[in-house]
Design a protein around this ligand. Structure first.
Ligand code: SF4
Ligand code: SF4
Length: 638
């Protein structure tokens, strides 16, 4: 059994540590135990030089030059690494884009009047999107407009248009770069399918060509599938506006039926929120001795609910097993993505029922309730009822809820940010020009048990805001920063003098919660709006991206589309590319020439902050703005 010091190394947060201690006491395996059991992990795979793309393999090449240098087909390390990376990008882009398509299909059914529990909550946004997509809006009913918009967006998934509907948002100088490189995204599914084709044995055997298509594939996610997911979610569920909420395991309430909503897609979770207010179900919960029904969020389904409705957040990726260990969770409702298969094993140690809802994401050991938007509310009620019934089996003696919650603010959509600025990016541009805000950085992405949970997110963010850099967060990063108390207007006191002054004047935190993982597109939209406002390319702006604790293939796609959109990006976890020095050079150096941005890898968040601050100051200098040296000593600042 590990002692408490070992546990403290796994997470920076007390709620996680308390539940890890319980897991050790009760002999319940968590992700950290399974990572330890996997050691040593395969070095060939870690360097990206193993391949099982065909039955002549599996193959591996020796990155140190002593063993085989080619797979059976003749692929060298460059080709194998590029193919593996290309497939990861395609998997991540497909996950986001399939999520987008699911939203779009329900939107189309809503427009056809076939759903229950859904409505058009932001008609103004619907009209704005329709105009952007050249759909007539004048003197037309919202449902009519929605039908046409749904049909037009469906076409973006195919191959007929050769240009994404949101391409008009991108500064023209950037779309010209993409065209010159032959990487303009043509259709969402098309780029993903083509990547799988190219990486089949004997197709694209030039690593540069494969990776250029990797950029195009990721762009079909960022400016395509994910953007459709974000925008239509706003139309159906409301465009987020600043909302106060709470975070950590203290969001669970011992006196209530507790139901966690986990995964990524707001389609079902939104109707579950409606169903939880059903007086009949509340009465049923009370008849069993509960005071009410308490919903909490996990991962990005949680982000979707928190930023629109203020639903409190139980935690991020590495908290999904630990929330079960409280013994206070009656039901975990899952849709898809980032849900560990282990949740049903941990749930079995308690009374918790795991309810899967997506036919494409079933879990052995879970109760499956098939999502059907035509019966949305009815299914929402059915799910809440399962949670209430499970509450009857809860053993109060096994309940341990470790912490008081922390307050956080969410809901900073682009519309909300521009609203806070008076409807135009001008005040933000002026603050950047005046040097009060040095630049802006998107700190996004997952947790990964290979590093202390949330240390990367929280430390990097702290260093950036202390140095007057506005931080935009999404996904699990937002939850980490929320738990660290960085996301309330009062957190402006944690920022440097310039950023603090701007935040206090606007009443906003220095770290803005922009939503879920698909909502990284909001960061793209904001960056494009700033670039268009100034008449420059995105790559000229003092911006950067960071994914300090990423684990997911979706994060690979996000990082790639952020770079392909012109934003320097620092990864905290080494991607599986280091078996090919040529691929590393391409991504970390040569891309800068052709796309105006590149990747860097830096596991130490203090050093990552220095890299980013130097980059921001260099961009400021190139724009003719005031700039200064970034001392290396910042990397080890207290
Ligand atoms: S594609 Fe080539 S390198 Fe990959 S498994 Fe087949 S033979 Fe081996
Ligand atoms: S940030 Fe990563 S771990 Fe968290 S929900 Fe998104 S993809 Fe999953």
């Amino acid at each position: 059994m590990a002692n408490r010091t070992d546990i403290d190394r796994l997470s920076i947060h007390e709620d996680a540590r308390a539940m890890l201690a319980r897991a050790r006491e009760d002999g319940i395996d968590t992700v950290w135990d399974r990572l330890a059991a996997q050691q040593p992990q395969c070095g060939y795979c870690a360097m990206g030089v193993s391949c099982r793309n065909c039955a002549m393999g599996p193959c591996r090449v020796d990155p140190f030059g002593e063993g085989p240098q080619k797979g059976v087909c003749g692929a060298n390390a460059d080709v194998i690494v590029a193919r593996n990376l290309g497939r990861s990008i395609a998997a991540g882009a497909s996950a986001h884009s399939d999520h987008g398509r699911d939203i779009l299909e329900v939107f189309a059914e809503l427009a056809a009047g076939e759903t229950s529990g859904y409505e058009l909550r932001d008609v103004e946004k619907l009209r704005a999107l329709a105009s952007e997509w050249q759909i007539e809006t004048e003197d037309r009913e919202p449902m009519e407009i929605a039908r046409d918009l749904a049909a037009a967006m469906m076409e973006d998934f195919g191959t007929r248009k050769n240009r994404l509907g949101f391409a008009g948002r991108v500064p023209s100088v950037r779309t010209e770069r993409w065209a010159a490189l032959g990487i303009s995204p043509r259709g969402i599914d098309r780029e993903n399918v083509e990547m799988l084709h190219r990486t089949h044995m004997g197709v694209d055997n030039d690593y540069v060509n494969t990776l250029l298509h990797g950029l195009r594939t990721s762009l079909s996610d960022g400016w395509g599938g994910s953007m459709i997911a974000t925008e239509l979610s706003d139309v159906m569920f409301g465009t987020p506006a600043p909302v106060a909420s709470r975070v950590n395991l203290g969001a669970l309430r011992p006196e209530c039926v507790n139901i966690a909503l986990h995964g990524h897609n707001p389609l079902l979770s939104d109707v579950i929120v409606q169903a939880a207010a059903d007086p009949e179900l509340v009465a049923q919960a009370r008849s069993l001795g509960a005071e009410g029904i308490n919903l909490v969020g996990l991962c990005c389904t949680g982000n979707e609910l928190q930023m629109r409705q203020g639903v409190p957040m139980a935690g991020n990726h590495l908290m999904q097993e630990l929330v079960l260990l409280t013994g206070a969770l009656d039901a975990m409702v899952v849709d898809y993505q980032c849900i560990m298969p282990s949740v049903t094993d941990v749930a079995k140690c308690f009374h918790t029922v795991v309810i899967s809802t997506a036919d494409k994401a079933k879990f052995t050991g879970a109760t499956h309730v098939s999502f059907d938007p035509r019966r949305g509310l009815e299914i929402g009620r059915q799910i809440i009822r399962l949670g209430v019934e499970a509450y009857a089996n809860r053993n109060p003696d096994r309940v341990r809820i470790p912490d008081e919650t922390v307050e956080m603010m969410a809901g900073f959509s682009v519309e909300a940010i521009l609203g806070a600025l008076g409807g135009t990016p001008e005040p933000l541009v002026e603050a950047i020009k005046a040097g009060k805000i040095r630049g802006a950085v998107g700190v996004v992405g997952c947790n990964n048990p290979k590093i202390q949970q949330d240390h990367g997110h929280v430390t990097l963010t702290r260093r950036l805001i202390e140095n007057d850099v506005l931080v935009l967060v999404t996904g699990c990063s937002a939850i980490a920063n929320g738990k660290a108390g960085q996301m309330m207007p009062a957190s402006a006191d944690m920022a440097g003098p310039g950023l603090s002054e701007v935040c206090k004047a606007l009443g906003i935190p220095p770290v803005l919660h922009m939503g879920s993982c698909v909502d990284n597109t909001r960061i793209l939209v904001l960056a494009a709006a700033l670039a268009n406002h100034l008449g420059v390319d995105i790559s000229q702006l003092p911006l950067a991206g960071a994914a300090p604790e990423w684990y997911s293939e979706k994060a690979v796609s996000i990082g790639t589309y952020v770079v392909a959109s012109g934003i320097f990006t620092v990864l905290g976890i080494q991607p599986a590319i280091f078996g090919s020095p040529a691929v590393v050079k391409l991504l970390a150096e040569d891309l800068d020439e052709v796309i105006g941005a590149r990747f860097a890898v830096e596991p130490d968040p203090g050093k990552a902050a220095v890299l980013i601050l130097k980059h921001i100051e260099a961009k400021r200098e190139a724009l003719g703005l005031d700039h200064h040296e970034t001392p290396e000593s910042l990397a080890t600042a207290a």
